[in-house]
Design a protein around this ligand. Sequence first.
Ligand code: SAH
Length: 459
Amino acid sequence: MDYLPIFMNVKGRLCLVVGGGEVGRRKASVLLEAGARVRVVAPDILPELAKLAGVEAVISRFEPSHLDDVALVIAATNDRGVNVLTSESARARNIPVNVVDDPALCSFIMPAILDRSPLMVAFSSGGASPVLTRLLRGKLESIIPQNYSRLAAFAERYRERVKQYVTQPARRRIFWENALDGVIAEKVLTGDEACADAMLQQMLENEDNIQRGEVYLVGAGPGDPDLLTFRALRLMQKADVVVYDNLVSKPIVDMARRDAKRIFVGKKRADHTLRQEEINELLVRLAKEGKRVLRLKGGDPFIFGRGGEEIETLAEQGIPFQVVPGITAASGVASYAGIPLTHRDYAQSCMFVTGHLKDGSMNLDWDALARPKQTVVVYMGLHGLATLCMELIKHGMPEITPIAIVQQGTTQHQRVLTGTLATLPGIAEREKPQAPTLIIVGGVVALREKLAWFHPQQN
Ligand code: SAH
């Protein structure tokens, strides 16, 4: 973080704008909207700026004495000398200063804003790309409707009352989330506040009976945060606790609600930080404490994710849960590596198998795997790669069958190694791919050469 984002209260305080042109006018207007009094200093001041209510116009070049009693300064002149002088004088007095389009002279920068007062969204690229910031602002405009102002005002109106009824902060947050994320919010947004008032009151009165703790078993996809589902994202913003393991990439864990507690439960090969039973118990305990628990799993929770075992325990204990599917490694990784899993000419079926079995051996139905015209995707298979290739050949798959290992697929560390059943074990030995890796076997792997060129994400 290069800057600390804060919202400053300037109501009734004197702020200085140096510069009397169009930019100065815009800056003065923002300050006035925030309730400041504004002193504008410049040899020439646009008449429409000078006559704005709340503006004190001083026709003069800037002098340090103009800083007397000032809480904040914005320099908006096209004279660098004046800008430098303003910046230095303000800094000497510890007054926050912004020089338009000159970050080196600034002690603070002005964000782009989306005003849904009292709800305010401010964002900034730290000067890196104002255009990007503007594009983002446009997007937010479209997803945060104008009448969010109304919703924020509604929440503000009830804030104290809810505080009295629901004294415990965690419960209060859940109460508000339910209120602001459901029917009541819809009523406010469509203007039916009387109905919203009645519903909120009813909700307050029944607060004690509301079922709290629950578990969201969420598939986080194979790594690229762009592959999350909307539902996953929404629940990530809602959860009080995030329980995740090492298949979930850091950028994804970072997207959970900022003040959510994060619990790492590990799971590397043979180095289980928490055993599965302990994870199951942890989820139950947290939910019983009334928490909304986000159990984030790599890929899809129901594909080699032991999600079934986790919800079995929850169901036994009567804890409400929901399961959110994710893009499983096979599908994400194959598409980012340019390998279609099925193809009319090369594969009419596709099997997902795991190469890591409970007792450490690889006891697969080799005859079924070795059949022609199908794709075999092996999860957790790197350690058994040599055995896998040998068995497939032994069971009739041609030695020249193409096979790929994709390491850390869909992430920026994605790397694809290709070869044949005969050559890949040697290549892997040499290249030492990093976990997690996925193995794809079958004619479709050869298509990668043709398709790779068109696929922007892959190496
Ligand atoms: N539930 C997960 C799979 C968990 S098993 C899913 O649906 O994807 C863990 C295995 O998944 C790893 O050993 C590896 O084989 C595979 N895997 C998960 N993410 C991967 C990635 N980004 N790149 C390659 N393989 C991955």
